[in-house]
Design a binder for this molecule. Structure first.
Ligand SMILES: Nc1ncnc2c1ncn2[C@@H]1O[C@H](COP(=O)(O)OP(=O)(O)OP(=O)(O)O)[C@@H](O)[C@H]1O
Ligand SMILES: [Mg+2]
Length: 415
């Protein structure tokens, strides 16, 4: 194993007995935090009592497996580390390791009764604060330690205000890793990954800074909207998906038709429907049928994703489409975390793979004017009726099922 200089610094702290009770490796993406944290975890555990319990957790068991357990197995070998996700348990150098997902229902109550010798947390900012507080109170065996990794978040995040800012008064080690510290990476990969992030995401995920999200969201689009606009749809659209957001209370009904070139190389919004005034469900059904028919006459479309909050309207639309014999699968939209959807869109824009046809003026307007809501605790878009988030939601519903695949094309990335 060859360490980067930064990783060697960490291992030296361990050898010199300078680790603290809580040890946090924070900073940019791909900076080598998870890799070295697992090496350290394995070495440390091998030096600790055999008959005491240890815990490894990430936001879910699936993420834990994908980001950590598979790599740990690779690093120490299948003889020294075995695990079962269904049994939620592993053995590392003969020590029992409990496995938990911090966001899984009842996870906090699961760890409530136990005393731990050690704990490992991947992507700590994604944990509920309650879970982490409980976890720390469980580390009550003499010499107990916690090793965690994370990317930075907003400065008001609990991990920053309650721990990092109080590192001196707590028994807490905070080590910053930057992408340029990871000298094992191909420089071309580093160059590309830096291009993929803009705005607040660049500050956090590349520069490794705790930054608040403020001002324009899609900075590239806001600064230079023309670059993303096409006069007409390109002729290499392989298929399209539709996303629909329902209006009410001053918001609009919006449907966005998103096209994908072969191999998902390019994302092009080719058509939109937008209606803000109050209309009857029957009118909405008629409008939807017309719009879907128009899109299907030009493109191959199999799936439509609708805001799941409106089951009655969805049912009506499904029936109307069936009555008109328009074959399309109408699904509930996934509605994953908004921050992930925003990050995705900002990325495809930044790497030059996103376009919108000029006539979709509502979506263009929405991208140009979207701003962060500085008043909210979480990173969210301003949604006070002054800007159009309906078209953005509709666009995101249309593309959500393909987000991971699209980004995976260019870059190795975790979820
Ligand atoms: N010393 C090393 N030797 C070989 N490969 C390494 C080393 N350190 C890191 N890597 C590789 O570099 C890549 C990024 O490392 P890692 O996943 O640990 O980064 P990270 O800081 O946890 O990133 P993120 O914030 O995105 O989770 C991985 O593919 C990892 O296997
Ligand atoms: Mg990591």
């Amino acid at each position: 194993m060859i360490y980067t200089n930064k990783q060697r610094d960490l291992m030296r702290l361990w050898q010199q007995n300078k680790l603290k009770r809580i040890n946090l490796l924070e900073g940019s993406v791909s900076s080598g935090k998870t890799w070295i944290s697992l090496v350290l975890w394995a070495f440390w555990i091998a030096s600790m009592p055999k008959n005491k319990p240890y815990l490894m957790c990430a936001k879910s068991l699936t993420t834990l497996k994908r980001n950590c357990l598979m790599l740990l197995e690779e690093l120490v070998g299948g003889k020294n580390f075995t695990y079962s996700i269904t049994a939620k348990e592993g053995k590392l150098f003969g020590r029992t390791i409990l496995l938990e997902g911090a966001n899984d229902a009842r996870s906090e109550s699961k760890i409530r009764g136990i005393s731990l010798q050690g704990a490992y947390c991947d992507e700590l900012t994604q944990f509920p604060e309650d879970f982490f507080t409980m976890l720390l109170s469980r580390l009550r065996i003499s010499g107990a330690k916690l090793i965690a990794t994370t990317n930075p978040d907003k400065p008001s995040h609990w991990l920053k205000t309650q721990y990092i800012d109080r590192a001196k008064e707590l028994d807490f080690l905070d080590l910053k890793f930057l992408i340029d510290d990871n000298t094992t990476l191909d420089p071309e990969y580093v160059k590309n990954i830096k291009l993929e992030y803009t705005g607040v995401f660049y500050e956090r995920f590349i520069k490794g800074e705790w930054r608040a999200a403020e001002g324009a969201i899609y900075t590239d689009f806001t600064n230079n909207p023309k670059v993303f606009q096409l006069d007409a749809p390109p002729d290499d659209i392989a298929f399209c998906t539709l996303g629909m957001d329902f209006g009410g209370n001053g918001s609009a009904h919006a449907i966005v038709c998103t096209g994908y070139s072969r191999g998902l190389k390019k994302v092009v919004v080719v058509d939109e429907y937008y209606r803000k005034e109050v209309i009857s469900p029957l009118q909405l059904e008629r409008d939807t049928v017309d719009f879907v028919r128009r899109c299907k006459s030009r493109y191959k479309i199999i799936d439509m994703y609708c805001d799941s909050a409106e089951q009655v309207l969805i049912k009506g639309i499904k029936n109307a489409l069936a009555r008109e014999k328009i074959p399309i699968n109408v699904h509930n939209a996934r509605k994953g975390a908004i921050i992930d959807r925003i990050r995705f869109t900002a990325s495809v824009m930044a790497i030059g793979r996103f376009f919108v046809v000029k006539k979709c003026r509502h979506l263009i307007d929405a991208f140009s004017n979207a701003v962060w809501d500085g008043k909210k605790l979480d990173d969210t878009r301003l949604d006070d009726g002054s800007v159009n988030v309906d078209s953005l939601d509709a666009f995101e519903y249309s593309i959500e099922p393909y987000m991971k695949d699209i980004l995976n094309l260019n870059f190795l990335r975790k979820d």
